[in-house]
Design a protein around this ligand. Structure first.
Ligand SMILES: Cc1cc2nc3c(=O)[nH]c(=O)nc-3n(C[C@H](O)[C@H](O)[C@H](O)COP(=O)(O)OP(=O)(O)OC[C@H]3O[C@@H](n4cnc5c(N)ncnc54)[C@H](O)[C@@H]3O)c2cc1C
Length: 574
């Protein structure tokens, strides 16, 4: 049986960012001192690392870089990527293509513009890649200004006035550097998806790379451990593989072997429906759905009432942007009245994390996050920075308009307590809430209540966690600094589940790019170590000393483990 170098679970933006970064030979844009040091290292050891000359587009090992837009790569790039690059397999439960889930949800919620700024994207080549792509393709019109945050040049007088008014919002501070204002525009979804497709094309990530399979369990053991589970000794490509531990990833359609696994599964868990008497959250029911599982909106029995001009009432539960987006969709599709229930207040923010994690002081916050004393402290910072669901100023206006016309009744600080389904009339009756609200019979309930993330509750992680237990805080695994499950287990995690290492932006697109950068660097290390281990074992020799020295330098520049140890070794060698 073939052993893949890397198996990525999840073909969403985070999975795409990792796959693209694994095929990018030149490191991503710099953020931190550590990344500057990587450049110094690359300068010194360029002979064994591919470096692109930004003027000529050529690289030091004479290979065309995928990130250069030269026609040379365009004609040969895909073949080269597959032949010489890391052998990657991607599995996704929703489709055999990139971003199927993303596209489904954006279509269902009729979202035209992303909520995140221009530097949140998946392209490993350049921090400004999405903005650059918009200019290159002359699609600047698809960038949306955020009135009150950044936008057209404003006079000092108007700016002062703006600050006075926007201060009422939680993100009403002057935290965004006006010189970078284009960074804080938001892209249209069409533009964002076109850019993702460009990344897929540029790095040759299309043909046969992704399979539609739902992962059901992951195991990491010596290969011989799996004999008897359909793998037999004589089917392994290389008998030396029997010596090393590998992953066996089981799916609803079979099993795959891999040396490294990357989890890019987003929240990972099933959508959460709060406890309400009369709602069996494990059942599929024609009277309600979770927002993430919407099939048709409004559902057929409501649609036929609308067509018959009978009065229709929907109940939407949730205080985030999704609840308001869905409210707008169903009102536009003819529902008479939407009852919108929020457990807390209506919060208005430009982005779903506080602006000081995105604006010009974001590096300071990120540094405080990284240098926190404990993961409990980091988890607290994540909770404060995200602070529950919120809506954008643009959707606030839309909501206000619907409330004004009587299409929406908004109930903040209200929790649904119990409901009773009348299967004959196909309505919910006897609804109770705290505090009590008078509801008419409700035709359909949508729970826009998010997904509670807890890695220990993900079904496909159960046996893995039993064999490789680790600490968790707030349902998130305490990964090592390389985003690896532990120093001995090369299961890398990116996106929301890597929150304790990536920070409050982890569930968003910024987590995708930063996570990919850290993972790719370390995946290459793990694979190199495995190869050199196998080589030395096969020849019966000790591992090459020069490799060992370079390895320690790599660890130093990547800022891993005790950096002072590595420094001592370096000076001793000199
Ligand atoms: C409606 C909506 C709008 C959003 N808008 C923005 C925005 O504008 N900007 C922003 O930064 N963030 C936004 N977000 C947050 C957004 O979810 C993330 O930025 C992005 O989707 C995270 O990517 P991901 O790859 O981590 O997760 P996902 O996009 O959720 O992808 C995870 C993938 O893993 C697959 N998967 C899960 N379990 C399994 C399994 N067992 N086997 C196989 N495959 C599996 C899923 O099918 C899915 O394709 C939005 C979220 C939603 C719901």
């Amino acid at each position: 049986m073939h052993i893949h170098d890397v198996l990525i679970v999840g073909a969403g933006p985070c999975g795409l960012a990792v796959a693209a970064r694994l095929r990018e030979h030149t490191p991503s844009a710099t953020f931190t001192d550590d990344e500057h040091q990587r450049y110094h290292w690359i300068k010194k050891h360029g002979r064994c690392m591919n470096i692109r000359n930004y003027k000529t587009g050529r690289d030091s090992l004479n290979r065309p870089s995928p990130s250069s837009r030269s026609s040379n790569y365009e004609s040969h790039g895909e073949a080269r990527g597959v032949e010489q690059g890391v052998d990657i397999l991607v599995l996704d439960a929703e489709g055999a293509a990139w971003m199927v889930r993303w596209q489904r949800l954006f279509k269902a919620f009729e979202i035209d513009y992303l909520r995140s700024p221009m530097f949140f994207h998946v392209d490993p080549a350049d921090r400004d890649a999405l903005l650059g792509y918009a200019y290159e393709k002359e699609r600047e019109k698809e960038l949306q200004a955020l009135p009150g945050c950044v936008g057209k040049e404003v006079s000092k007088h108007r700016q002062k006035k703006k600050w006075k008014t926007v201060r009422r919002m939680s993100q009403g501070g002057p935290d965004v550097d006006e010189r970078d204002r284009k960074d804080y525009y938001t892209p249209s979804n069409n533009l964002f998806e076109a850019h993702c497709n460009e990344v897929v094309r540029r790095y040759g990530l299309r043909d046969g790379l992704i399979r539609q399979e739902r992962v059901t369990s992951i195991n990491y053991e010596a290969l011989t451990y799996f004999y008897g589970e359909n793998e037999s000794n004589d089917t392994v490509d290389d008998p030396l593989d029997n010596l090393t531990k590998i992953f066996r990833v089981s799916t609803d359609r079979g099993a795959h072997l891999a040396r490294v696994v990357v989890l890019a599964v987003g929240p990972g868990n099933s959508p959460s429906i709060p406890p309400v008497l009369g709602i069996e959250s494990s059942n599929i029911h024609e009277g309600y759905t979770h927002a993430m599982q919407i099939k048709q909106l409004p559902p057929p029995h409501v649609m036929s009432k609308i067509q018959a001009r009978k009065p229709t009432n929907l109940l939407i539960v949730g205080g985030g942007l999704t609840s308001v987006q869905l409210t707008d969709v169903v009102v536009k599709r003819g529902v008479d009245r939407v009852h919108l229930l929020m457990r807390g207040p209506l919060k208005v923010k430009y982005f779903d994390i506080e602006l000081d994690w995105i604006g010009k002081f974001r590096n300071i916050n990120q540094a405080v996050f990284w240098s926190a004393d404990s993961d409990e402290e980091r988890f607290k910072m994540i909770s404060e920075a995200r602070n529950g669901g919120s809506i954008t100023p643009r959707y606030r206006k839309i909501l206000d308009a619907h409330v004004k016309t009587g299409k929406v009744s908004l109930h903040t600080f209200t929790e649904l307590r119990s409901v009773s389904w009348d299967a004959h009339a196909k309505t919910w009756n006897k609804l109770t809430s705290s505090p009590m609200v008078e509801f008419p019979p409700i035709d359909f309930i949508i729970f826009a209540t998010g997904v509670h993330t807890n890695v220990s509750k993900i079904p496909f992680m159960q046996s893995f966690i039993q064999r490789h237990p680790t600490d968790m805080v707030g349902g998130l695994p305490c990964l090592n600094d390389d985003l690896m499950w532990s120093n001995d287990v090369p299961l890398f995690i990116t996106g929301r589940l890597a929150g304790l290492r990536l920070g409050p932006g982890a569930p968003n697109l910024v987590g995708a790019r930063v996570g990919a950068e850290r993972i790719a660097w370390n995946v290459e290390d793990v694979l190199r170590k495995l190869r050199s281990h196998k080589r030395s074992f096969g020849s019966g020799e000790r591992e090459d000393d020069e490799d060992g020295g370079i390895e320690r330098l790599r660890e130093y520049v990547a800022g891993r483990r005790n950096r002072f140890d590595t420094l001592i070794n370096v000076f001793e060698e000199e």
